[in-house]
Design a protein around this ligand. Structure first.
Ligand code: KG4
Ligand code: ZN
Length: 360
């Protein structure tokens, strides 16, 4: 097994990549639909599926062009089967099945979240960082997911905590929408926050002092809405920057605190950041600070590996293909089938249920 073609279409990125089972990325192609969804302030599933249909073949062609023999040099196919938007997932899965069938190639389905959790192990050109040793704790924070995992091996992952409502990226996007800053909101708020005073507006730090490793971000968005109702929209650039900085501080404070608390609770001195929110300058800085204090090694993959991409899917799939695993009948799923509330091990069994923290 030399080269695996990965295909990703779970949300608003159509992506294809060529990766080896040791994580070497030969090519990584991503077609973003951001412009398509921006007028609506969020991803519109129907539009996403149609855009995937238009982009999927050109994206695969661009990835495969990296191989001297083109498709003849592909040894296996890996495709995201969930969680994600079903109409969007079906596009990638159907193309992957057709390709595998027509070329007689082995095929595996990949859980999108496994891809994110392993993305730190990808070796891109010019990147000679050594692989991150197992086990590590991973904070995955994106537009659709926010959770903490313990990763003991590529196929042995335990959920430690997760958001009970909005994802962190979703909170950024909703706050930005409220402030008329456009979509996606994370990068804009991040940029504005750099100019503002994070202590200017008092906002809640949701779940910060609770023992749980779960998160909650929907109240924070409401707090921003209330602030705007009470004081009116920010009067000038300075007030806007202050509000963005205060909002970002709340999100980042809780994310970094729980992530490092998870390392301590698990006695794992390594933290990996992943998902689009890992691009956030405030989160990186705060995580670095806390990790230094607690003696935890912090690994932040390059941005291309944090946001949705097919290289991480190809890699997660390549490891399974190399072990001889195959998924002939591929189904798609919108929600993660095994990782809800509690800790799950390799076989999907529940190890330990964390009771929801009681009142008081
Ligand atoms: O992982 P991703 O590309 O896609 C998925 O949601 O799966 O993450 C996109 C999310 C969006 O919510 C976006 O606002 C957020 O990541 N994001 C950021 C930053 N860059 C992207 N959030 C905070 N700060 C950033 N610099
Ligand atoms: Zn993702």
């Amino acid at each position: 097994m030399r080269w695996v073609l990965g295909i990703e279409s779970s949300c608003d990125e159509t992506a294809a990549a060529i990766v080896s089972p040791d994580g070497r990325v030969l090519r990584d192609v991503v077609a973003s639909q951001i412009a398509e969804h921006a007028p609506y302030g969020g991803v519109v599933p129907e539009l996403a599926a149609r855009a995937h249909l238009r982009a999927v073949v050109p994206v695969i062609e661009a990835a495969v062009a990296a191989l001297p023999g083109g498709l003849d040099d592909v040894d296996g196919v890996a495709v995201t089967q969930g969680p994600g938007l079903v109409g969007a997932l079906l596009v990638g899965v159907q193309v992957a099945r057709a390709l595998a069938w027509q070329r007689g190639l082995p095929l595996v389905g990949v859980n999108h979240l496994d891809g994110h959790l392993l993305a730190v192990q990808l070796r891109r050109e010019g990147d000679d960082a050594p692989p991150v040793p197992y086990p590590y704790v991973a904070l995955l924070a994106s537009g659709g997911h926010t959770a903490l995992y313990r990763v003991d091996a590529p196929d042995e992952v335990a959920l430690l905590g997760q958001t009970r409502d909005d994802a962190a990226g979703e909170a950024f996007d909703k706050a930005a929408k409220l402030l008329g800053l456009g979509y996606p909101g994370g990068p804009v708020i991040d940029r504005l926050a750099a100019e503002g005073d994070p202590k200017a507006v008092k906002l809640p730090l949701p779940f910060a002092s609770k023992k749980t490793l779960d998160f909650s971000f929907s109240g924070l968005k409401t707090a921003v809405a209330r602030h705007v109702q009470k004081h009116g929209p920010p009067a000038d650039e300075g007030a806007l920057a202050d509000l963005c900085a205060s909002f970002q501080r709340s999100v980042v404070h809780v994310l970094a605190k729980k992530a490092v608390a998870a390392c301590e609770a698990e006695a794992v001195p390594r933290l990996v950041l992943g998902g689009g929110v890992a691009a956030n300058a405030g989160l990186r800085a705060r995580a670095r600070e806390l990790c230094e204090q607690k003696g935890v090694a912090l690994h932040v993959p390059p941005l291309k590996s944090c946001t949705d991409n097919a290289a991480m899917i190809a890699y997660a799939g390549a490891l399974r293909l190399a072990r001889g695993e195959r998924d002939d009948a591929l189904r798609v799923f919108s929600r993660d089938p095994k990782r809800r509330r509690g800790k799950f091990r390799r076989d999907g069994t529940l190890v330990k249920r964390r009771p929801p923290s009681s009142a008081g």
